[in-house]
Design a protein around this ligand. Structure first.
Ligand code: GLO
Ligand code: MG
Length: 364
């Protein structure tokens, strides 16, 4: 029998956040990058996810040599703490030149900026010691459809991906799809779109996907089925587990906090397909509740990690023989009820006691 997977966990510095929302002030005071790095190991995390400017501040103002030096210093800070860089993502959404999009901007010079910045991100990743680049295509979409040519936009995204693959023959690109926010409609909203792009690239073996729970839910899709699709293509490079309560702003809630059963099914699909055996990280793209006080700035990370591990236990103790029989009998009502009992940690024997208590409290 193969050994069960032991999972390793990652997050990005942005996951220890200040709690500001578009209509409110900062709720928590910021921690420095170094303070955040010091937390990883004690909290049970080993992998660090980066935006290019998390690693190299003011990246646009530095020479290539200065960027490399700074990135190497950060690589050393990781090594000193026993941490591994998981990926670096070009932040193509705060610069004035990315207002209208990065690779899909209508302005040729702004498109060039987006590409140059992405190649610089590859330099940062190389110096940090990871080949992995994440593309969350934040502003590649539109607010009004007539403002852009969607057909041309897909070609432009593909051209950018190809340019990156050609720039560094070792780099790997992981596309993180999201259907909306900040744009109204994004050009790469689902993992299906992302993988179609991967297959059309100059080196499909180096392009895969990163699936975020909340993003799948925002697209009206089941996150575990999205993961299954990527796994079937052997293209699930990483995950951003979190949760999302319906169709509204991207909430980045703690894993399992809105829909525990959907979280169970995500863990189930990962566990059943050996996710993690080749070193893939379980990434948690979670944020503290916006109004949470300062002293619990990292509880959401610890809690999400624990929930994941509890759910691994639930997957491993799921009665597979019963599942097989119920499927064979097409007794889906019982499969549904068994799944809920299993998640609740109860069985029907617990009920008489509870019913009894109810009778008792009524008679008092
Ligand atoms: C936002 C995304 C974002 C990315 C991160 C890495 O909705 O989830 O947090 O994951 O920037 O590219
Ligand atoms: Mg994410």
């Amino acid at each position: 029998m193969t050994q069960p997977t032991t999972y390793r966990f990652s997050f990005g510095p942005w996951n220890i956040s200040e709690g500001a929302d578009p209509f409110g002030p900062m709720v928590r005071t910021p921690y420095s990058f170094e303070e955040k790095l010091d937390w990883y190991r004690p909290l049970g995390f080993e992998g660090v996810q980066f935006h290019d400017d998390d690693a190299v501040e003011n990246i646009d103002d530095l020479s290539a040599g200065q960027v490399a030096t700074k990135a190497r210093q950060v690589g050393k800070m990781l090594a000193d703490r026993g941490l591994t860089p998981e990926f670096v993502a070009p932040r193509l959404w705060f610069d004035a030149r990315t207002v209208d999009g990065g690779y899909t901007s209508n302005s040729p010079s702004d498109r060039q900026y987006a590409l140059d910045r992405s190649l610089r991100t590859i330099d940062v990743a190389r110096e940090l010691g990871t080949p992995n680049i994440v593309l969350w295509l934040a502003r590649e979409g539109s607010y009004i459809r007539e403002s852009k040519n969607a057909r041309a936009a897909y070609d432009r995204i593909l051209d950018a991906v190809n340019a990156m693959l050609e720039y560094d023959k070792e780099c790997r690109i992981w596309i993180e799809p999201k259907p909306n926010e900040p744009t109204d409609h994004a050009y790469v909203p689902t993992i299906g779109h992302a993988l179609a792009l991967a297959y059309r690239s100059v080196d499909p073996s180096r392009v895969s996907g990163l699936i975020e729970t909340a993003h799948a839910i925002l697209a009206g899709l089941d996150p575990s089925d999205e993961m299954a699709f990527a796994l079937a293509h052997d293209k699930l490079a990483s995950v951003h587990l979190n949760d999302q309560n319906g169709l509204k702003y991207d909430q980045d809630k703690s894993f399992g906090s809105a829909n525990l059963r959907a979280a169970f099914n995500q863990v189930r699909v990962l566990e059943e397909n050996g996710y993690g055996r080749r070193g893939e990280f379980v990434g948690l793209d979670v944020k503290a509740i916006r109004t949470q006080k300062q002293d619990k700035s990292t509880a959401h990370l610890v809690n999400s990690r624990k929930t994941f591990l509890h759910l691994v236990e639930k997957v491993r103790t799921f009665d597979r023989e019963l599942e097989r029989q119920l499927i064979a009998d097409r007794d889906y009502e019982e499969l549904d009820a068994y799944t809920l009992r299993h998640l609740l940690g109860v069985n029907d024997e617990s009920l008489p006691a509870i019913e009894g208590q109810r009778e008792f409290s009524r008679s008092v």
